[in-house]
Ligand binder design. Structure first.
Ligand code: NAD
Length: 308
């Protein structure tokens, strides 16, 4: 344990217990990492199966989010969408309805910057702190404490969260005020979504020109055309047919929708990414929400859903 973290425990023993709401592919991995690093974890998820897995890992499971808020000064959220975040924070049984103050909420959900800023205003008025710390690195990164974190929040608030962020993240970048982390994550995933499509086109072209996918990837990864998609996704999840990354088509389609909405809201023209967005949206007819997101590489790019 680092000196910062040790000081965090020694000086503030009550901050050694962390709440985790949402124990899915990412949240469960984060809970495991926190437990391994010496934190106690109190967890909540709507799914009995996820609750059981977290309990097996050593977390204490509570029956409601209000119980969790009462017991934890620091709470991590790992939920599907901004609506879920809104519900557990400002909904009927959410944090705002609890008669407590001074909670630090770290939202690792890939959420919406405007919603995050709106919720921040409400929580701040009640004496709570919100920072957005969306992540990249998948379930493997969550389980190993090697996530990339894109953090939005005031300097002092981010400093308060740092002992927890350092446990979860290998690379932590403070990118601006509240909401900035969610904006960066949306931009990141817009690139991942586009790169998956351009890489699948590159493979089709290389194959048509007589080069095997293996040889093409080996050469590209030593050249300037490489990306995380050619270096990680193709070898790990596409070429071997595994398609078991732990990130779904449904969640990626959500992220692409958010990127397109952000571009419209800010009046930024993105002709290339807009086309990628149309292909991702059209993929809903071919690939179920729970399919692995790397399956997009198998989609026909001339799919009828794409506008000419
Ligand atoms: P997931 O669907 O596996 O997990 C979400 C969990 O939230 C589920 O277990 C669900 O039961 C629970 N949940 C839903 N509503 C709830 C509520 N009201 N209260 C408590 N629990 C509730 O999703 P995931 O893959 O773990 O992703 C979580 C977030 O992280 C998403 O926003 C996603 O976009 C983002 N993300 C995922 C990955 C990845 O590789 N899986 C990578 C980076 C970011």
């Amino acid at each position: 344990m680092s000196e910062t973290k040790e000081a965090f425990f020694v000086n503030n023993p009550e901050t050694g217990t962390i709440g985790v709401i949402g124990l899915g592919n990412m949240g469960l991995g984060m809970a495991r990492t926190l437990l391994r690093d010496g934190f106690s974890v109190i967890g909540f998820d709507l799914s009995a199966e996820r609750q059981a897995e977290a309990a097996l890992a050593g977390a204490t499971i509570v029956a409601s989010v209000s119980e969790l808020y009462a017991a934890c000064k620091t709470v991590i959220l790992s939920l599907p969408t901004a609506n879920h975040v809104r519900m557990v924070l400002t909904g009927d049984a959410g944090l705002t309805s609890c008669d407590i103050d001074g909670r630090l909420v770290i939202d690792t959900t890939t959420s919406e910057p405007d919603v995050t800023r709106e919720i921040d205003g409400v929580l701040r008025g009640l004496g709570h702190i919100l920072i957005d710390a969306p992540v990249s690195g998948g379930p493997a990164g969550a389980n190993s404490g090697q996530l990339t974190m894109m953090v939005g929040g005031d300097d002092a608030d981010v400093a308060r969260a740092m002992p927890v962020l350092e446990t979860l993240g290998g690379k932590i970048t403070h990118v601006g005020p509240v909401g900035a982390g969610h904006a960066v994550k949306i931009v990141n995933n817009m690139l991942v979504a586009s790169h998956l499509l351009t890489m699948s086109e590159a493979v089709r072209l290389g194959n048509a020109a007589g080069v095997t996918t293996e040889n093409l990837i080996a050469a590209l990864n030593a050249g300037s055309g490489r990306s995380a998609i050619s270096e990680v996704n193709y070898p790990k999840w596409v070429m071997n047919g595994a398609f078991d990354s732990g990130f779904t088509m449904g969640l990626m389609r959500k992220d692409v929708r958010l990127a397109m909405a952000l571009a419209r809201d800010k009046a930024v023209a993105l002709p290339v990414c807009e086309l990628a967005g149309q292909i991702w949206a059209a993929s809903a007819e071919l690939l179920a929400d729970d399919a692995d997101f790397n399956r997009i590489t198998e989609c026909d790019p001339t799919h009828a859903g794409v506008k000419s």
